[in-house]
Ligand binder design. Structure first.
Ligand SMILES: CCCCCCCCC/C=C/C(=O)SCCNC(=O)CCNC(=O)[C@H](O)C(C)(C)COP(=O)(O)OP(=O)(O)OC[C@H]1O[C@@H](n2cnc3c(N)ncnc32)[C@H](O)[C@@H]1OP(=O)(O)O
Length: 277
């Protein structure tokens, strides 16, 4: 049984302690006995990653690191979707300043999530396209409910998954599978994702999902934490350093691409298509 030590709600401006707020973007629950944190994305309807949600996630990750969190489960409050990926409206006709600020916060959040010393598990309780897949891939372990879709579908939208998105996928499913998946912008069903190793386990429902996530963390938390984290970060350091040492170039690449008329046209068509659905 979980005992709430605190339920922090991180909104768009300052962090507020409030058990019943409806505007919180990230719900953080920490188990009093084990210290395990559940970070639940809560931006209805589909947890599209806009600046504010990324910033709330980043703040939560900093807090968990400062408080020596022993393990974290990343999940979503949405019934259909883990995360719909980057908020398309952040990329559609932004100002240069807004686009730069957005991309920089995405980088910050990813670097923090990918490099946590503590174990992380993605409890993928819904669809997980593009940036949603990136979040899941940045955790150490992925468990997914059946009959949902996951993958880096950028190519299908006429945009390109940045190098670090691609690297994350390559690190998990290997060069050949990643190349095929990325060129096609392929989305995988939960069952297909399990087969190629994009997810590690399937769960029958949300309860089973959370139980399996806790089981994974229990196992990891039984290992010597320093040795565990040194090995983890060692495996991830090349991918991390590539972005950390090339952040400005990566922002420039984003800005150069996102303002291309063809990219804007693709985004416009896609946004319209989603609205008409
Ligand atoms: C070289 C390098 C170059 C660099 C160039 C740039 C590289 C950028 C890399 C990009 C990374 C990305 O993540 S790009 C994002 C890719 N994401 C996607 O393709 C997912 C699109 N969404 C979906 O497929 C679906 O919404 C899905 C997640 C399965 C959930 O389906 P549902 O039926 O439950 O919900 P829907 O009815 O579709 O959606 C509910 C509402 O949410 C909105 N919505 C859905 N997804 C949204 C999104 N990502 N951003 C904003 N809004 C979104 C819809 O328009 C609806 O709005 P209303 O009608 O108003 O309610």
């Amino acid at each position: 049984m979980f005992v709430l030590r605190q339920c922090l709600t991180l909104g768009t401006k300052s962090s507020i302690r409030n058990f019943s707020a409806t505007t919180n973007l990230v719900n953080l629950t920490i188990n009093e006995d084990t210290g395990v944190a559940i970070m639940e994305l809560n931006k209805p309807p589909v947890n599209s990653l806009n600046y504010e949600l990324l910033e709330a996630m980043h703040r939560t990750l900093v807090k968990l690191e400062n408080e020596k969190c022993p393990g974290m489960i990343l999940t979503s409050s949405s019934r259909s979707t883990f995360s719909a990926g980057l908020d398309l409206l952040e990329m559609y006709k932004p100002t240069v300043d807004k686009a730069r600020r957005f991309w920089s916060m995405l980088q910050n959040t990813w670097i923090k999530l990918y490099s946590t010393p503590y174990p992380t598990v993605a409890a993928i309780n819904g669809h997980s396209p593009a940036g949603g897949c990136l979040l899941a891939m940045s955790c150490e372990h992925r468990i997914m409910v059946p009959d949902k879709m996951i993958g880096l579908n950028e190519t299908q939208l006429g945009i390109v998954a940045p190098q670090w998105f691609q690297d994350c996928m390559r690190n998990i499913i290997g060069e050949r599978q990643a190349e095929k998946a990325l060129i096609a912008g392929r989305m995988f069903t939960s069952e297909e994702a399990l087969k190629i190793g994009l997810v590690d386990e399937l769960a029958t429902d949300k309860e089973d999902l959370m139980q399996k996530a806790h089981d994974f963390l229990d196992e990891q938390m039984g290992l010597p934490p320093l040795a565990r984290s040194v090995v983890k970060v060692g495996f991830r350091k090349d991918t991390l350093s590539k972005l950390i040492n090339g952040r400005e170039a990566d922002i420039k690449m984003f800005l150069d691409n996102v303002f291309q008329p063809k990219v804007q046209e693709s985004l416009e068509n896609y946004i319209q298509m989603l609205k008409k659905k």
